[in-house]
Design a protein around this ligand. Sequence first.
Ligand code: CTP
Ligand code: CA
Length: 226
Amino acid sequence: AQAVLAPQDLAGQHLLVTAGPTREELDPVRYLSNYSSGKMGYAIARAARMRGADVVLVSGPTFLTPPQGVTLIPVVSAEQMRKTVLDALPKATAVVKSAAVADYRPASLSTQKLKKSDEDMTLVLEKNPDILAEVGAGKEGRVLVGFAAETQDLLKHAADKLKRKNLDLIVANDVTQAGAGFDVDTNIVKLLHADGHVEALPQLSKDEVAHQLLDRVVELLKQREA
Ligand code: CTP
Ligand code: CA
């Protein structure tokens, strides 16, 4: 019923959304990851579908129910997410990257469970590819939205990512604030645009943040078509 009430202002658009954490395997029983719940990305996918978009949701491991009508592609590692995103990219008219991609992975994956010894242990990590930067470098006419989760110097770091990754918009999120961040149902974000203007949104539900964000995406898509 909600879908009928929502404006169909994304009809005909192909949205590619990423969500959740990635998991970087160390051995058959262990991995490196982060606290991302996937809630923000799932809210965006659901809202975009309600507004008429064709939605592909590339998601790391979460406990969430996939939104109806959305094509869910589950992935585990950053490398899998990269491959899946690049495969889905040609069709996409807009890309929203809310996934919390692990920046590093264990340099070697042990096929057997690592055994403890009496010594301390040092893990060697190697860098994962930056998926969003790669999508930004080959952006073509797409609308590209990123996220920045920060614990300090929010606007400075977010503005830097916006530029470095060739984004149209970045959602900046101070994860140290109560009512923002990983496992809560609300968010307090600032939207930074490529032309430098910044909008501070009040504390909103993640569903409301999703719709606010999609309002901006609709505007950007209109500018593209004009
Ligand atoms: N991102 C990505 N691939 C990565 C790392 C991040 O696509 N390997 C994307 C995230 O999905 C997000 C944006 O880049 O949309 C910013 O992620 P964030 O972790 O805040 O920034 P980083 O560039 O990784 O910088 P840092 O973690 O050092 O703050
Ligand atoms: Ca990061």
